[in-house]
Design a protein around this ligand. Sequence first.
Ligand SMILES: Cc1cc2nc3c(=O)[nH]c(=O)nc-3n(C[C@H](O)[C@H](O)[C@H](O)COP(=O)(O)O)c2cc1C
Length: 207
Amino acid sequence: MSFLANLNWRYATKKFDTTKKVSDTDLDKIIEAIRLTPTSFGLQPYHFYIVTNQEIKDKIQAVAWNQPQVGTSSHLLVFAARTDLATNKEEFFSLISGGNPEVRAMLKGYEDMVDGFVAGKPTPESVLPWSAKQAYIAQGFALAAAAELQIDSCAMEGFDPTAVGEILGLPESQKAVVMLPIGYRDVSENPRPKVRFTKEELFTEVK
Ligand SMILES: Cc1cc2nc3c(=O)[nH]c(=O)nc-3n(C[C@H](O)[C@H](O)[C@H](O)COP(=O)(O)O)c2cc1C
């Protein structure tokens, strides 16, 4: 099927078939799509958790309004936004310079610009809205990649982020912002028809 046909095929799946598991090969493709997500300045201010432990999935379901797509999923992807921006920036410049001080010196203009951005977000609270947006883009990539593989999923923000952080033992510098349970739809599922505003309602051409 084409990309658009797959986007029409997918829907927010509420219950997965617990006898069917996503293969490692397909999971790797979704992970790679997430890894390739573009981010502001390229900083990738996030970390991802892939939960297959049933007990942990059940605990997370309990703090997610008991939504069954969590516990019945094959894999539960949790998207955590980082709030340690200065450390994140340091890691990134170390990566793109290959740890070479001369290469890093050549990147000074770029690094100075990013330093200015970092200085403008001095607290975790000021970083989170920005890093969370990047995590949501990653979720969109994962959702589209899953659809391409005819793997069902459900984007979710209906959960208690603090409780999920405690269950997963997230460090202070990471906040769970969005989740994506994936798997294969249960036979009892009734895929809902797409409800979308029209092209005319959503788009304005500026010629
Ligand atoms: C950021 C985000 C958060 C969402 N949170 C939930 C959720 O917690 N539970 C749920 O059942 N669906 C959730 N949804 C699914 C939406 O309700 C669904 O995508 C929307 O109604 C469109 O339907 P479709 O995905 O089936 O096309 C969420 C979707 C997005 C994008």
